[in-house]
Design a protein around this ligand. Structure first.
Ligand code: PGA
Ligand code: ZN
Length: 424
């Protein structure tokens, strides 16, 4: 590498500003520039968080004045002159500057926006879309698009607790490609909306764009979902399977799971959930038990594995060491990878590599930023989760995938069988 070409990649400026997310809350946008290119990263925000997630820095009133000030005083000067292709060096500098275990001094939101801005700049400087820049390790001919899991009904913390379970999703595992997968899911979404509206059960949409239903129980929601899949002309399980994010942290109190008007012992709850997995075409269950109830998390695993994926989110919070431990302890065989749960892309990628089946995921608080699709594709994650197929901050992601597919047609990932994953 000549000195002249190195110069092209040198960071010349780094700026931060608050913008708004899909819940009308401020979030951070960081733009990093070389002499002739720029890259922007935006922090998403969760509403249903694991207790061990890296810390989101906000002022007492929810604002971001102190995060912006710290960026300007400490992070921007540190970045100046660094080579934007040196993601590891940039992320290590951010971690060292922060100097806390949970990123509480500078904030994981500040760090992830910076880390994402840097990689976006590196890709722009190389004249490549981000997914291609990340995928240099793979042969372009052997790449596949990640399989989407898409929310149809929203509940839990995203819909004021109207339904206890958080996400009722579908996985179009029989589709050959991304456009077909989306068209199938759009049909299911419309069918579910029509069925609920006919019965007077529709209350608008929840935080991630899924329908906000006025249903009396989780089983009523599952029945409706199966009917919607059939009404859309698809075969439940073979063509479209159900994926649930239970987000059980939200309704585990005083040693009981409070579901659909009942206070269930952990054993009774796991039995009920396993009954659902036998009765309904369910292939994925996320956070079936609370993060501080690992024994029953493992009991669910024993009943469900290897029929489907037991996905850790709040339990493992995109942390490589936590993922490895939970896999070893037979609590999970898959995990969400949410970059802002750890704070830097390097750590998120390390977590992805520790996981038998990584699912790259957005958060419930999002913007029009669509880099998460590039990450999932560039890292060749088997699955991607970004909420529903309605609301602009969600369609920005699905449409990003459509545009990539239009320019570079690729097949869709096959649904991973937990026992076939080498890292298990
Ligand atoms: P979030 O939750 O609201 O914290 O983004 C989404 C999820 O649990 O997957
Ligand atoms: Zn979750």
């Amino acid at each position: 590498m000549t000195e002249a070409s190195d110069y092209r990649y040198r960071i010349r400026s780094a700026e931060i500003m608050p913008i708004y997310d899909s819940r009308a809350r401020q979030t951070l946008s960081v733009t990093v520039c070389t002499a002739d290119a720029s890259g922007t990263g935006v922090a998403p925000a969760g509403a249903s968080r694991g207790h061990h997630e890296a810390h989101e820095l906000r002022d007492p009133d929810g604002g971001l004045i102190s995060a912006c000030a710290k960026f300007r005083q400490e992070i921007a000067p540190r970045l100046l002159g660094m080579d934007c292709r040196n993601q590891l060096g940039i992320d290590e500098a951010l971690i060292t500057l922060d100097s806390t275990d949970n990123r509480s001094r500078l904030g994981a939101n500040t760090l992830i926006a910076t880390s994402m801005g840097a990689i976006a700049l590196a890709a722009a400087s190389a004249g490549m879309p981000l997914w291609q820049y990340l995928a240099e390790a793979h042969e372009a001919t052997e790449m596949c698009m990640p399989l989407p899991q898409i929310q149809i009904l929203g509940g839990g913390a995203h819909a004021d607790g109207r339904l206890p379970l958080q996400d009722f999703m579908v996985v179009p595992l029989g589709a050959e490609d991304w456009p077909t997968a989306l068209s199938w899911v759009a049909e299911v979404y419309h069918a579910a909306g029509r069925l609920m509206s006919e019965r007077g059960l529709l209350r608008g949409v929840a935080d991630e764009g899924g329908w906000w239903p006025n249903l009396e129980s989780s089983e009523a929601a599952l029945d409706l979902l199966v009917l919607a899949i059939e009404t859309a002309g698809r075969k439940p399980l073979d063509e479209i399977a159900i994926s649930l994010d239970i987000a059980a942290n939200q309704f585990y109190h005083d040693g009981c799971y409070h579901v659909d008007g009942e206070a269930l012992t952990p054993h009774a709850w796991v039995e009920k959930l396993l009954r659902w997995t036998r009765r309904y075409p369910i292939r994925m269950v996320e956070d079936p038990c609370a993060e501080d109830d690992p024994v029953n998390y493992a009991a669910f695993y024993e009943g469900f594995h290897p029929k489907g994926l037991i996905v850790g989110d709040d339990l493992v919070v995109s942390n490589g060491a936590r993922i490895r431990r939970a896999v070893k302890d037979r609590q999970i065989n898959a995990a969400l990878i949410k970059p802002n749960q750890v704070g830097t892309l390097t750590e998120a990628h390390e977590a992805l590599l520790s996981c038998p089946v990584p699912i790259v995921s957005a958060r419930s608080g999002e913007t029009e930023d669509s880099c998460i699709v590039d990450l999932a594709l560039g890292w060749q994650a088997p699955l991607i989760k970004v909420g529903s197929i309605a609301r602009g901050e969600r369609t920005a992601k699905w449409n990003r995938g459509l545009r990539i597919h239009q320019a570079h047609p690729m097949p869709l990932m096959r649904f991973p069988h937990p026992d076939n994953q080498s890292k298990l």
